[in-house]
Design a binder for this molecule. Structure first.
Ligand code: IFM
Length: 436
């Protein structure tokens, strides 16, 4: 099961937590559907004990959570907020006491606003602050956790948020996006070094939402679009992390727009990793952009007709998951991976105490089979985390999209196990019986 701090914790103004870019963004009219914010979310900050009991009751053996940077460092600088740290100490101890393994994410998008005011990820100083945050988490919590990752989906915290303008901070500028991509990669490298100097044996990785890209049609132009889309949206992340270079095709096209002296950082970025995480939801069909002046990669996504979609509009296709994993392991020399997120938004409510979300059960079942298929094709997958434990703040969609296996009534904060949660628990029990 997986969650992220801003999506579930609430208590945005409690115990010394500072503001993050998502506080600012969600409080800016027009940025998030219905003006929703994470101020209260699932109130997990106060309900964490019963939430952990819930995880335990489902038979789940590992929980992926994120640590809110602005709870530990309200101003993003070196001044530690001990109350913020204490929250995560008790939360993680609570997992350990229940026999639940803990996978920690350091950056699930809540950049301290103070650092954003100073240029955010485009300012190289942010990377040093992030490394300090990573070192602090590892120093105080590293002995109780099972794995740590630096970034969750850096594509989202760069391209989606600085080029497409959909996530915080909501800008649309290619030069800034390239500086942010590079700044985050550098921060990742420095953080891995910091984690290893505190706790060399702690499994350390990064989580990517690599896209499973397919051509919209059979033309050569569409096949070429797939290659360019892969170069920009996947390889700009995979190549520096795992090969120590940016894709030459992208550098040839837009390399002049990269931040100064980026070449000097490539060795720092390319740290050996113990694992990487894959977040997968849907395939991406692409063609050429209609705009002749569009910058590289000049592609656009195409929504196919007459296909199954979840309530957020994402096409359901589990085969693209195994296909993508097999292709990536053929293309790169990658460490073992975890499926760190997979799940579906279906918005059924509670009727007579029951949430009948058969579509989510079907989705999970087919994707777990796809994971097994990839494993039989020699993809070294070490674990699977369903997204998400419970309904939560779905970023720009606010509370309208429900990804949880557990339903949350945001007014009363009542949790109700959906049919998918019952199914998941039974699935895990049967799996354990097979292993015994
Ligand atoms: O809710 C998000 C999560 O925070 C990151 N990965 C995708 C999920 C669904 O959009």
């Amino acid at each position: 099961m997986a969650t992220a701090a801003y999506q579930i914790e609430g208590a945005a103004n409690e115990d010394g937590r500072g503001a993050s870019i998502w506080d600012t963004f969600s409080h800016t009219p027009g940025k998030v559907l219905n003006g929703d914010t994470g101020d209260h979310a699932c109130n997990h900050y106060h309900l964490w004990q019963s939430d952990l009991d819930l995880i335990k009751s489902l038979g789940v053996d590992a929980y992926r959570l994120s640590i809110a940077w602005p709870r530990l460092f309200p101003n993003g600088d070196l001044e530690l907020n001990k109350t913020g740290l204490a929250f995560y100490e008790q939360l993680i101890d609570g997992c350990v006491a229940r026999g639940i393994k803990v996978h920690v994410t350091l950056y699930h998008w809540d950049l301290p606003q103070a650092l954003a005011n100073d240029g955010g990820w485009a300012n190289p100083k942010t990377a040093s602050h992030f490394a300090h945050f990573a070192a602090t988490v590892t120093k105080f919590l590293g002995d109780r956790i099972d794995a740590i990752c630096t970034f969750n989906e850096p594509w989202c915290s760069s391209v989606l948020s600085h080029l497409l303008g959909i996530h915080a901070p909501g800008t649309k500028d290619l030069n800034t996006t390239l500086a942010v991509i590079h700044g985050q990669h550098r921060a990742h490298g420095l953080a891995v070094q910091a984690i290893r100097s505190e706790h060399p044996e702690l499994p350390t990785g990064i989580v990517l939402n690599t896209q499973a890209i397919r051509p919209a049609g059979s033309s050569q132009a569409d096949k070429d679009a797939v290659i360019r889309h892969h170069n920009f949206h996947n390889r700009m992340f995979l190549d520096p992390l795992f090969k120590g270079q940016y894709p030459p095709e992208v550098m040839e096209a837009i390399g002049v727009r990269m931040p100064k002296n980026w070449q000097n950082d490539m060795a720092t970025i390319c740290q050996p990793l113990d694992y990487w995480g894959v977040n997968y939801y849907t395939p991406e069909y692409v063609t050429n952009t209609d705009n002749n002046d569009a910058a590289y990669p000049a592609t656009r996504g195409v929504l196919r007709e007459n296909v199954a979609r979840t309530d957020i509009g994402w096409e359901v296709d589990a085969t693209a998951l195994s296909e993508m994993l097999i292709n990536l392991y053929n293309e790169y020399s990658l460490p073992p991976c975890f499926i760190t997120e997979n799940g579906a938004a279906y918005n059924q409510g509670v009727v007579d105490g029951v949430v009948d979300d058969q579509a989510r059960i079907d989705y999970l079942q087919s994707h777990i089979l796809a994971v097994q298929n990839a494993m039989s094709n020699h993809v070294p997958i070490r674990g699977y985390f369903a997204w998400s434990l419970m309904d939560n703040f779905e970023w720009a969609e606010g509370y309208t999209m429900r990804f949880g296996l557990v339903h949350v009534d945001y007014k009363t904060q009542k949790r109700t196990l959906k049919n998918s949660a019952h199914w998941y628990r039974d699935f895990l029990t049967e799996r354990d019986m097979c292993h015994d």
